[in-house]
Ligand binder design. Structure first.
Ligand code: ZN
Length: 144
């Protein structure tokens, strides 16, 4: 697989114009995660009420994979129920663990299937998962 497959157009689009980036006030919880092996950092603000993700915003610095993935994560999870969001999260984690063997479930992951190629590059998987792990941490604390 070419290294180019890491950087599909949709990933670069989200990197250049990230969605939901810029921390919003009025959150229920804030978490900060980083990926020391690459230098990526993400701070995530999250609000869940009545079991629905009402607000999600993030800020951070890092490589294009980490920033684009956080952007797509926030797009995919906003307005989902906690249960549906967990299903999407699980699908993305499974894709990242697939070692290039999975194309990803587009019905659940939409544009995030573009990260399928990343699963062949172990050093980059943590980049792609950073924002998602921040969400997992924040949401599980809120729903505990
Ligand atoms: Zn990175």
């Amino acid at each position: 697989m070419e290294l180019d497959s890491l950087y599909q157009a949709v990933i670069l689009d989200h990197y250049r114009k990230p969605h939901h980036k810029g921390l919003q006030s009025g959150f229920d919880i804030q978490v900060k995660h980083n990926n020391p092996s690459c230098g990526d950092e993400v701070t995530l603000n999250l609000s869940i009420s009545d079991g629905v993700i009402k607000a999600i915003s993030w800020d951070g610095v890092g490589c294009s994979i980490s920033m684009a993935s956080a952007s797509m994560m926030s797009d995919l999870l906003l307005d989902q129920s906690y249960e549906d969001a967990n299903q999407i999260l699980a699908e993305f984690v499974e894709l990242m663990q697939s070692k290039g063997q999975s194309q990803g479930n587009e019905a659940l992951l939409d544009d995030a299937v573009a990260f399928a190629g990343v699963s062949k590059f172990p050093a980059r998987i943590k980049c792609a998962l950073l924002g998602w792990m921040a969400y997992k941490d924040a949401s599980s604390q809120l729903m505990a």
